[in-house]
Every structure is written in structure tokens, then in C-alpha cells.
Design a protein around this ligand. Structure first.
Ligand code: G3P
Length: 217
């Protein structure tokens, strides 16, 4: 499963790239606002350090406006993946961009029906927001399972990109289902490494080793 970093903070991206675990980056207007940077400069800076897909979201809601913004954002580099909302207009734009071999990430997906339409529109990625469904008391992972089943039935090329993850268990559940990608805020990636028994076991190993008085070097 690919792991994308869900942030527009270039410094955070630089730090986590060192783990070798990052396969791409997703941003959205809220993450760009949080970064405090200019969207075009920020996406360009991310593309300079990240090899994989970099999602940049349009902010227009009409077809003409989204296409104009997509032209500006995709000109930044070939790895720029245009994010469009899952609306009728967004999927019209998705179909036109995918026909031009521009990668498209269809975002704000909350139903399997929406995901079916996105695949038919030629989306490169579909981003179902599991955390926001969980927040309402639904089970966001059920949506991921339904989408993966539908996509498998019809051999759709669209990759399921699990978004709005809230904790490491979302990563495991997404992998158990067979999602293609999960996008994670830096905090969840850090949590993913952690287990109290690992810390406890390592401390015990090192304490016992210390008693030997030995050094490997
Ligand atoms: O990629 C989408 C993600 O940024 C949304 O996450 O936590 O605002 O639901 P959240």
C-alpha cells in the first residue's frame, strides 16, 4: 500500500521523506491555508523534493473555472495531480483532464455511488473521507470495502486513496481491505512506528547489554 503525506508543510515533508516511506503528497485548500504559503510556490517546492504524485486542489466550482485553474496547477510539473471535488462539475472536469493524461484525484467522496461515477470519469485516484464518516458515527471503512469490491468487479484503473484518516488502525484496516493508497497527516505516521512494548523491550535489551560491558565497535 502506498503512503502519501497529507500536508502542505514543506519542512514536515522534508523530515518524513528521510523515512523512505513517503510515496506522494496530498494537499487541499485548508492545508494550503494552514501552511501560510502561496499555493503555486508551495506545490512547486513540494514537487522539487517529492518523486511521487502531488495533489493540488482547484478552488473554482464551475467547469470553466476549474479547467483554467487546473491548467495553471498542472503547468507546475508532471507529477501534479489535480484535485477536484466530487460534484457533477468536478467529474466533467475529471473526464476532460484524464483524456489529456493529466492525473486527477477526486476528493470529498462519501458514497460508493459517487466513487463509481469517479471511476467512470477516469479518475486516477478517488479519496473517500473515512474519518469524517466515523465522526458522524458511521463506519468509514465499510465505504472503502464497498468501493474496492465495485472497482474489482469492473477492473477500474482508479486507485482507492483513503483520506481523512484519524489513527494507525485506519492504516491497518485500509491495508486489510486492499486499498491502494492512504494519505496521512505527519502525526499518524509518527504514531504508526510506536508501540509501548517495543520501547519497553528495547530498554530491557540495552540494560542487559550495558551489564556486559561490551562494545560492538
Ligand atoms: O486529504 C483530506 C484530509 O486532509 C481531510 O482530513 O481530518 O480534515 O477530515 P480531515
Amino acid at each position: 500500500m502506498k503512503i502519501f503525506l497529507d500536508t502542505a508543510d514543506v519542512k514536515q515533508i522534508e523530515v518524513l521523506l528521510e523515512t523512505g516511506m513517503i510515496d506522494g503528497v496530498t494537499t487541499n485548500p485548508s492545508l494550503i491555508a494552514k501552511s501560510g504559503g502561496d499555493i503555486k510556490e508551495t506545490i512547486a517546492a513540494i514537487c522539487d523534493i517529492v518523486d511521487g504524485p502531488v495533489s493540488a486542489e482547484v478552488t473554482a466550482t464551475d467547469v470553466k473555472g476549474m479547467l483554467a485553474e487546473a491548467d495553471v496547477l498542472s503547468a507546475i510539473g508532471p507529477q501534479v495531480t489535480i484535485k477536484v471535488p466530487l460534484t457533477k462539475e468536478g467529474l466533467i472536469v475529471c473526464k476532460q483532464l484524464s483524456a489529456r493524461d493529466i492525473m486527477v484525484n477526486v476528493t470529498l467522496c462519501f458514497s460508493a455511488g459517487q466513487a463509481l461515477l469517479a471511476a467512470k470519469a477516469g479518475a486516477t485516484f478517488i479519496s473517500p473521507f473515512v474519518g469524517r464518516l466515523d465522526d458522524l458515527g458511521a463506519d468509514g471503512m465499510n465505504l472503502i470495502a464497498d468501493i474496492c469490491t465495485i472497482y474489482d468487479h469492473y477492473d477500474f484503473a482508479t486507485e482507492v486513496l483513503v483520506a481523512s484518516a484519524r489513527h494507525p488502525q485506519h492504516v491497518v484496516d485500509a491495508a486489510l481491505i486492499g486499498a491502494d493508497v492512504i494519505t496521512l497527516p505527519p502525526s499518524i505516521i509518527d504514531q504508526l512506528y510506536k508501540h509501548p512494548l517495543t520501547d519497553k523491550g528495547l530498554a530491557a535489551f540495552l540494560e542487559d547489554w550495558k551489564q556486559t560491558g561490551q562494545s560492538i565497535l
